[in-house]
Design a protein around this ligand. Structure first.
Ligand code: ZN
Length: 487
């Protein structure tokens, strides 16, 4: 029997706010343990939470970026459970009235467009962090109360690779929208994976198995690559799968069972009595909607459409936003945006990395790049010389035409001068001449290369090619015997 996987993801993302969700403590990573804490985020008795407005805004903004509806009424609830990293013994979250519902994410997958529907994106709080040492354990509460958004997808994902691409697309969107830094190293994005299998074409879903607390996207992919065949194997060998929670062990590359449905938590959700329900006004929503940005995929498609860029170039400008913006500033005025992209990606970026220069520190004006391209396209300089001019304008900030004039780099299009170089090349390479006349076309390129060398790169290559061809034609002026240059 043929099986298919049904995968849904719950992605937790720390929001980029200055302070925590219910108190004024800093939302920052890496401070000494328990230095960013107060009675509220330590869960001491008698304190009252005050909702962070920016976190509410970022959640609504995420809703807009993920094509969700923003319901007119949302509320917070208590999710009750006991765990040392959460001293209140409940987590404040949104249960049945979340801030955003019913959206979708479009992304590129295996050469076409894929879509995963979003059930909801709701707001909650992060918990502290347990550390286990040789003989004791410690808890750092700096993370307790950091605003955390949970984005729940519909089970629309069908493969480990698709899960991986969806997560990357989601991360790109949230980073673009300045919702979160999504720094995986700092644990800002964590995932729970729900995966079941069913015989292909069966409507009914199989037993849902959850893999908890994944903190890398490649880990999610690897866990699914292990878990799907495992489940199929269980069914094929006559076993049954039951709803359960598992943990991924990166070291062994396997998942292991933590608890089954019978031992599932009953969280006893109830409305948080210390917080008012949230009812966004039109003015508030209008303000949030002004923060909506162009999404990465839309940017890529626009760069391909408006500037005729190939997909990899457009993708480069999606990943490197400042470089893409710099390119766009040039491309709007360039006759040839495709070649402007080449210069920016292949030359400028390399030089900047090499010399640790930022875009703000560039000495030449952005208009210098289209000017350089015009010099090449107009036949004034060769592409080889253009490299030299570029290096000089990068170093000194001078305009390309100024450099060409100063250094005498203009291309030689004077037929007489090029003829002289051609004669020399022919005379010095009788073997290539014979080869060419025997039908080996490549020999012409070699001779052309020699002409360019003799002219120090300044000969107009097209003209050099024409002249060589004419001279080497039977009956042309070519010297088929080496010149006796010694006399
Ligand atoms: Zn606090």
């Amino acid at each position: 029997m043929d099986y298919e996987a049904v995968i849904g993801l719950e992605t937790h993302v720390q929001l980029k706010t200055r302070s925590k969700m219910w108190c004024g403590c800093a939302n920052s990573f890496g401070a000494p343990p328990n230095s960013n804490v107060c009675p509220v985020c330590l869960g001491l008795p008698g304190v009252l939470p005050v909702a962070n407005d920016e976190a509410l805004r970022l959640t609504a903004l995420t809703g807009l970026l993920l094509n969700c509806n923003i319901p007119p009424y949302a509320k917070f609830d208590r999710k009750n459970y006991f765990y040392p990293d959460m001293p209140k013994n409940y987590q404040i979250t949104q249960y049945d009235k979340p801030s955003t519902v019913n959206g979708y994410v479009d992304f590129e997958f295996e050469g076409s467009l894929a879509q995963v529907r979003i059930t909801r994106a709701h707001l909650e709080e992060d918990v502290g962090k347990n550390f286990h040492f040789d003989r004791n354990s410690g808890i750092d509460f700096n993370r307790a109360g950091v605003p955390l958004m949970e984005i729940v997808s519909e089970p629309d994902i069908t493969s480990p690779a698709m899960a991986y691409e969806y997560l990357n697309a989601l991360k790109d969107i949230l980073t673009y929208g300045l919702v979160s830094d999504c720094d995986m190293e700092k644990g800002m994005v964590r995932c729970d994976v729900n995966v079941s299998i069913r015989p292909r074409h069966q409507k009914e879903l199989g037993a849902k198995i959850e893999i908890k607390n994944m903190n890398t996207f490649s880990g999610v992919r690897k866990a699914l690559e292990y878990e799907i065949p495992r489940q199929i194997e269980v069914l094929k060998s006559g076993g049954t799968l039951i709803q359960s929670t598992r943990r991924w062990d990166d070291a062994t590359g396997t998942t292991e069972e933590m608890r089954t449905k019978e031992h599932a938590h009953d969280y006893r959700y109830f409305p948080e009595p210390d917080l008012m329900p949230f009812q966004p006004t039109e003015a508030w929503l209008e303000e949030v909607s002004r923060r909506v940005v162009e999404l990465p995929l839309a940017r890529k498609q626009r760069f391909m459409r408006d500037y005729h860029l190939p997909a990899p170039d457009a993708q480069t400008f999606v990943w490197d936003v400042p470089l893409g913006n710099y390119f766009e500033g040039i491309a709007k005025h360039a006759k040839n945006p495709k070649s402007a992209a080449n210069w920016v990606i292949n030359n400028l970026r390399g030089k900047m990395t090499e010399s640790h220069t930022t875009l703000e520190e560039l000495k030449f004006k952005p208009s210098a790049i289209p000017e350089l391209i015009d010099l090449v396209d107009g036949g004034k300089i060769s592409t080889r010389i253009a490299q030299e001019v570029f290096a000089e304008m990068f170093a000194s900030g001078k305009a390309p035409s100024e450099i060409v004039a100063e250094k005498g780099l203009a291309q030689v299009s004077d037929t007489g001068a090029i003829e002289k170089f051609c004669d020399e090349a022919i005379a010095a390479n009788p073997g290539s001449v014979t080869d060419y006349q025997a039908g080996k076309g490549a020999a012409l390129n070699f001779l052309k290369g020699q002409v360019m060398k003799l002219s120090k790169g300044k000969a107009n290559p097209a003209l050099a090619g024409e002249i060589l061809e004419r001279k080497l034609k039977p009956g042309g002026a070519a010297v088929t015997q080496p010149l006796n240059q010694g006399q």
